[in-house]
Design a protein. Structure first.
Length: 230
């Protein structure tokens, strides 16, 4: 598997665990608010760290780290993702996957093979708003919907999350999302933060009060919406 880099310790990326985060290159979206755009634009077949380096690190950290997060970019674009996770599991680590949900077949395979312990899936917006938010023409929203359905089977712990941006998200968008993920728990509303890698610096964060209003609105759909980042 191609590996862009590794964050050796994080207390934030994997709920309840001390973890390391492994980043894979390449992404099939070009979200204008992405803070990892250099990683997303990297060639999916370009590796910066070898698997041997990563597994040597994991061997040394046994007993210190509880879990491994695999993030990106979009990790499900890596053809040998399942084989890599299988090796990680041999070291006794729990594995969390971050995904945009565009590869439901891969997601189902990983769940069926019991290779994942936690999944965090980004919901960019309502399905009708995906083209603007994802930065690509005709995004495969059918695949996104299928991935949502797979996670909602609740075979393993998961979370949905949305980075909330004033220009893209409003009451109508969250009504559509509420219908889409009815009963989801948890669903994180993440506050947008500008940085040097964001491609559109005109984007604006919502206020805490606006985020709270969206969370209350989502409760009508049985969604446990939690504000993250404000």
């Amino acid at each position: 598997m191609q590996i862009y880099g590794i964050q050796k310790t994080t207390l934030l990326d994997y709920p309840g665990k001390v973890a390391a985060t492994i980043f894979t290159p390449g992404c099939n979206f070009r979200c204008p608010y992405c803070y990892n755009i250099p990683l997303a634009e990297s060639d999916i077949n370009t590796g910066y760290l070898s698997e041997d380096e990563v597994f040597a690190f994991l061997a040394k950290r046994k007993g210190i780290l509880d879990g491994i997060c695999i993030s990106g970019g979009e990790p499900t674009l890596q053809k040998d993702l399942a084989g890599f996770i299988s090796r990680v599991k041999e070291y006794g680590y729990s594995v969390k996957l971050d995904t945009n949900g565009t590869s439901p077949k891969t997601l189902k395979e990983l769940i069926d093979r019991e290779l994942l312990d936690y999944i965090a899936m980004d919901i960019k917006s309502s399905l009708s708003g995906y083209a603007a938010v994802s930065g690509v023409i005709n995004p495969d929203t059918g695949a996104v919907k299928k991935s949502i359905e797979i996670l909602m089977e609740k075979r393993i712990p998961f979370e949905f999350r949305t980075t909330v941006i004033k220009q893209y998200h409003d009451k109508r968008a969250f009504d559509e999302i509420g219908e889409l993920i009815r009963g989801a728990d948890p669903y994180y509303l993440q506050s947008f933060e500008d940085n040097e890698n964001v491609t559109d610096h005109s984007l604006c964060a919502c206020t805490k009060e606006e985020l709270q209003a969206f969370a209350l609105q989502l409760s009508k759909y049985g969604v446990n919406a939690i504000i993250r980042g404000r």
